[in-house]
Design a protein around this ligand. Structure first.
Ligand code: ADP
Ligand code: GLC
Length: 493
């Protein structure tokens, strides 16, 4: 089947978080199963292309004040997947993908509306797929456009849409005037379509119009149908429960494996763990704490700094955690209050928590390879990738039992020698502290700790199984479309 991905970031061309990892790896896994896959991304300042060539010179995108003209650049093929970039420097040639330190860009609605329209128009030249697979609010207008102002376009007869929610916390909310600005009809501004508490909600549009909705773990697919995790869209999702499913993200073991990691100081395997000690020394040196006792357990953190990730819990318990024999190494960047929090904790407990406020892929790898444990106390986590990387590196995850964290980590049972990590359920500092102490206690028995490490290292979360699940969803969508009259504008909720 021909599938076209539309997404706002993808490895190796652009990345702020896990969405990029998924968009970098899933298309290749689909291609390996025999699908034809094209990926559309914006061409940002950080997008480095070896051999860029323009394949579509001019795509007209109407806005109410003027027409804008984008072009399409090819990034060539990688692993059997074709990459295309929407070029429109006024919108994308900027330092940040979605904003700058002052906040989100004020023209994000226009930026990603242009992207979504350009993808549809480009596909008419480069090949209309059977299914558009869109991701998060930035490409949420693709299904909306297809079923509204493009509903009568003969090029798209029978074309289906799959929409994947990577994070319900980001919905693309804009003032009502956005609709006429983007030349979209006012009748989208109703409760069953894109209206949301007086604003236009891009994500809600996709939830109304996509043929099928997926999210990135089974548990999260259930959680987002509840008020606690639905960010106000739980009702909309619940109404579509028959066409919502959770498919766990895979990971790309070519990128994330201790046996081949080029950023780690040494390579190791389940058969011979000895070189992990060298990675630990190298990690401590990278954080300027090379003189720390190498026997001290190291707890690693690699994260976007955002409320989602649960770091307010660390602030609650840091004074008591600091009495334990351990050291935390944290790499992260994002929201100012959390950056400041970590820098403050580092000042207060310099021997107990080392911090780098940065986005740094090499250090992220060094943490996976060199730490003994990996901490993700997330408030919510659609899937989470770092805990899955950690398993492969024998870096034992300590997680809150939510979303994909709950689906991927099994609690350690020392007596049975079973399990892969430590988890807690209640969102509070006490539960977190209790669980970290449990892990530190378990670490003292190095013989059974190695069983725990190897349990994690033997898990296989490669993409093949999940790619097959997506294949089934595409097939279902194709059949749904074949059974639907060509030009019906049908809201599915
Ligand atoms: P999310 O997408 O919510 O940020 P995930 O766990 O799915 O969470 O994915 C995060 C990805 O981004 C991982 O590949 C992780 O290594 C990477 N990452 C996050 N923060 C940083 C950082 N400060 N430096 C380098 N890589 C980071
Ligand atoms: C989101 C989620 C994260 C998930 C990633 C990729 O950013 O926060 O949990 O792993 O998308 O699906």
């Amino acid at each position: 089947m021909h599938i076209a991905f539309a997404a706002s970031e993808g490895v190796p061309f652009s990345k702020t978080g896990g969405l990029a990892d998924v968009v970098g790896a899933l298309p290749r896994a689909l291609a390996a199963l025999g699908h034809q896959v094209s990926v559309y991304l914006p061409r940002y300042r950080q997008t480095k292309l070896a051999d860029p060539a323009t394949v579509v010179r001019s795509i007209t995108v109407p806005f109410d004040d003027k027409y804008r003209f984008a072009s399409i650049i090819t990034g060539g093929s990688q692993g059997g997947v074709k990459f295309y970039f929407v070029e429109y420097p006024e919108f994308y040639d900027r330092d940040g993908l979605y904003g700058n330190p002052a906040g989100d860009y004020p023209d994000n609605a226009e930026r990603f509306a242009l992207f979504s329209r350009a993808v549809l128009e480009a596909s008419k030249v480069l090949g209309v797929p059977q299914v558009f697979h869109c991701h998060d609010w930035q490409s949420a207008l693709v299904p909306v456009l297809l079923r509204t102002i493009y509903a009568e376009d003969p090029a798209f007869v029978g074309v289906g849409t799959v929409f994947t929610i990577h994070n319900m916390g980001y919905q693309g909310l804009f003032p009502p005037e956005t609709l006429p600005l983007l030349m979209l009809p006012w009748d989208l501004f109703t409760m069953s379509k894109m209206e949301f508490f007086g604003q236009v909600n891009f994500l809600k549009g996709a939830l109304a119009y996509a043929d099928f909705i997926t999210t990135v773990s089974r548990k999260y697919s259930q959680e987002i149908q509840t008020a606690e995790y639905g960010f106000g869209l739980e009702g909309v999702l619940h109404a579509r429960a028959a066409t919502v499913t959770g498919i766990l993200n895979g990971v790309d073991y070519d990128e994330w494996s201790p046996q081949t990691d080029k950023f780690a100081a040494a390579q190791y395997s389940p058969q011979d763990l000895s070189a992990k000690a060298k990675c630990k020394q190298d990690l401590l040196a990278a954080f300027g704490v090379a003189n720390a006792d190498p026997k001290l357990p190291v707890i690693g953190i690699v994260s976007r700094f955002a409320a989602q990730k649960g770091f307010d819990l660390i602030a609650q318990i840091m004074d008591r955690l600091a009495r334990e024999e351990m050291i935390v190494v944290a790499l992260g960047a994002g929201d100012k209050p959390y950056e400041e929090l970590f820098l403050r904790l580092n000042k207060q407990f310099p021997n107990k928590i080392a911090v780098k406020v940065a986005y740094d892929n090499a250090i992220a790898h060094k943490i996976e390879a060199g730490a003994d444990m990996f901490l993700m106390p997330s408030r919510y986590e659609p899937c989470g990738l770092n805990q899955i990387y950690s398993l492969k590196y024998g870096t034992v995850p300590i997680v809150r039992a939510t979303g994909g964290l709950d689906d991927t980590i099994e609690p350690w049972n020392a007596r049975a020698g079973k399990g892969t990590g430590f988890k807690f359920t209640e969102y509070n500092g006490e539960a977190l502290l209790r669980t970290i102490k449990q892990a530190l206690e378990a670490y003292r028995d190095q013989t059974s700790w190695q069983v725990l490490m190897r349990n994690g290292m033997s898990k296989d979360f490669s993409w093949t199984a999940s790619a097959r699940e997506y294949g089934k969803v595409y097939e279902r969508v194709k059949q749904m479309r074949a059974a639907t009259p060509a030009t019906s504008e049908k809201v599915l909720v």
